[in-house]
Design a binder for this molecule. Structure first.
Ligand code: SF4
Length: 377
C-alpha cells in the first residue's frame, strides 16, 4: 500500500493508494476517453491559439454556450496576429452576451504582447506564458498540457469532484487552500500518462459521468478502483463549505431621449464590465425611491437634468459576488450638457438603430429590444 500525505496550510490529506491502481486508473480512463469523449472543436486541434481562446471562453461559461461564440470568434480573428491587430471594441462585440468581459480584454492585451515579444508565436514555457495578462495557473496548465503536452495538471471543479470521490479527500473543494491537495493527487495519477490526454480525460469524466448529482458510477471506467463507490460514500463527496449569502444591489438607470437620440456611455476600461456601453444611472440609496435615484444618478454621473416619462422594465442579473436588480426608466432631457463624472469615459447620442453597433452587457439586450419598439415622437 502506498500512502500519500499532502499538507496544504492547515489541511492535511492522507491518501491510500496502491501503485498498480495508479497505473490502472490512467489506462482505463484514457481508453474510455478515446472511445467516448464529446467531439468538441478545440479538442480536434493542437493549435495553441485555438486552445487558448477556448479555455478563456470556457472559464465561467458552459460548453454549449461557448460553441457558437468560439466558431464566430475564430472566423473573425483566425489567428493571433488578427486578434492582436483588432480594435478592443470589435473584440468586445464578438464577446457580447458571454459575460466576464475582462477575459476578452486580457486575451486581446495578451495577443498584442505575444505579437510584440515573440513575433506572434505563443510561448511554450511556463514563465513566459504565465506572465501574460489573464493567464492564471489554470489557463497556463490547460494550454501547455493540451497544446504542448507538458506535465501540468488541470484541476477544475469537475476534476476536484472526481478526485474527492476517488480518494475520499475531506478537504473542501471550494476552499482555495485545498487546491494544493487536489493538484498533488492529480499529479500522482497523471505521472504514468501523456499529460494532455490525461487532463482532457479526467475533465471529461467529471463533466459527463462523475456528475455532481446522480453520477453514473455504473458506466464509470474507474469504478472498481474508486474509494467512494466501493465504500458507498459517493453522496458524501465532495465536501463543501457552505456558501456565503450574496448581496443584492438595486440600480436605477435612464434611457435619456433628446431630439430622437439616446444617451449611452462607455464604462472605463478597467474594472467590472470595462469597455462596454450602458445607460446612465446609479445605485438606489437606502430609503430612496428608484425614480429619484434615477434622476439623481443621471445628474451626478453625466450632469444632465432629466424628467422621467415612464417605467420601461426591471432586469435582474448576477455576478460571482453579488446580484443586481435594475429599474430602467424612459427619461426626457430637460437641460445641461454631458459631463462624465462617474464610471464612464466616453458618451454618444445614438439612434435606436445604431445602438446595436455598441457592445452592451447581456442583461441590457432586453432594454435595447424594448427601445426599438418604442415610439420616439
Ligand atoms: S465510480 Fe462513481 S464516484 Fe467514483 S469516479 Fe466513477 S462516477 Fe465518480
Amino acid at each position: 500500500m502506498n500512502i500519500l500525505t499532502i499538507q496544504a496550510d492547515r489541511s492535511l490529506a492522507i491518501i491510500f493508494i496502491e501503485m498498480k491502481d495508479i497505473d490502472q486508473f490512467g489506462k482505463q480512463l484514457i481508453q474510455w476517453y478515446i472511445k467516448n469523449h464529446r467531439r468538441l472543436p478545440w479538442r480536434e486541434t493542437d493549435n495553441p491559439y485555438y486552445i487558448w481562446v477556448s479555455e478563456v471562453m470556457l472559464q465561467q461559461t458552459r460548453v454549449k454556450a461557448v460553441l457558437p461564440y468560439y466558431q464566430k470568434f475564430l472566423e473573425r480573428f483566425p489567428d493571433l496576429r488578427r486578434l492582436a491587430q483588432a480594435r478592443l471594441q470589435s473584440v468586445l462585440k464578438m464577446w457580447e452576451g458571454m459575460g466576464y468581459y475582462a477575459r476578452a480584454r486580457h486575451l486581446h492585451q495578451a495577443a498584442k504582447l505575444v505579437l510584440k515579444r515573440y513575433d506572434g508565436k505563443i510561448p511554450d514555457n511556463w514563465e513566459s506564458f504565465r506572465d501574460l495578462p489573464g493567464v492564471g495557473e489554470y489557463i497556463a496548465s490547460a494550454v501547455l498540457s493540451f497544446a504542448f503536452n507538458q506535465p501540468y495538471c488541470v484541476v477544475d471543479g469537475n476534476v476536484k469532484r472526481v478526485l474527492a470521490r476517488f480518494f475520499l479527500i475531506d478537504a473542501p473543494v471550494n476552499r482555495s487552500a485545498s487546491l494544493k491537495i487536489f493538484k498533488e493527487a492529480a499529479g500522482r495519477l497523471m505521472k504514468p500518462c501523456r499529460p494532455g490526454i490525461f487532463n482532457q480525460a479526467i475533465m471529461e469524466l467529471g463533466a459527463t459521468i462523475c456528475r455532481p448529482r446522480n453520477p453514473g458510477c455504473g458506466s464509470c471506467p474507474v469504478q472498481s478502483l474508486c474509494s467512494a463507490c466501493q465504500s458507498r460514500k459517493v453522496a458524501t463527496y465532495p465536501i463543501r463549505i457552505p456558501k456565503k449569502i450574496i448581496p443584492e444591489y438595486h440600480m436605477a438607470v435612464g434611457v435619456i431621449l433628446k431630439n430622437d437620440r439616446i444617451l449611452i456611455a462607455r464604462r472605463k476600461r478597467e474594472g467590472l464590465l470595462g469597455g462596454l456601453w450602458e445607460f446612465p444611472g446609479d445605485k438606489v440609496k437606502e430609503k430612496e425611491d428608484p425614480r429619484q435615484a434615477c434622476v439623481r444618478g443621471i445628474k451626478e454621473t453625466v450632469n444632465l437634468s432629466v424628467e422621467i416619462d415612464s417605467f420601461i422594465t426591471r432586469i435582474k442579473y448576477s455576478f460571482t459576488h453579488f446580484k443586481v436588480v435594475k429599474d430602467v426608466f424612459r427619461c426626457r432631457h430637460v437641460f445641461g450638457e454631458v459631463e462624465l463624472n462617474g464610471p464612464d469615459d466616453r458618451f454618444r447620442w445614438t439612434t435606436p438603430r445604431q445602438i446595436e453597433r455598441y457592445p452592451f452587457p447581456k442583461a441590457d439586450h432586453k432594454v435595447i429590444r424594448l427601445i426599438k419598439g418604442m415610439n420616439f415622437s
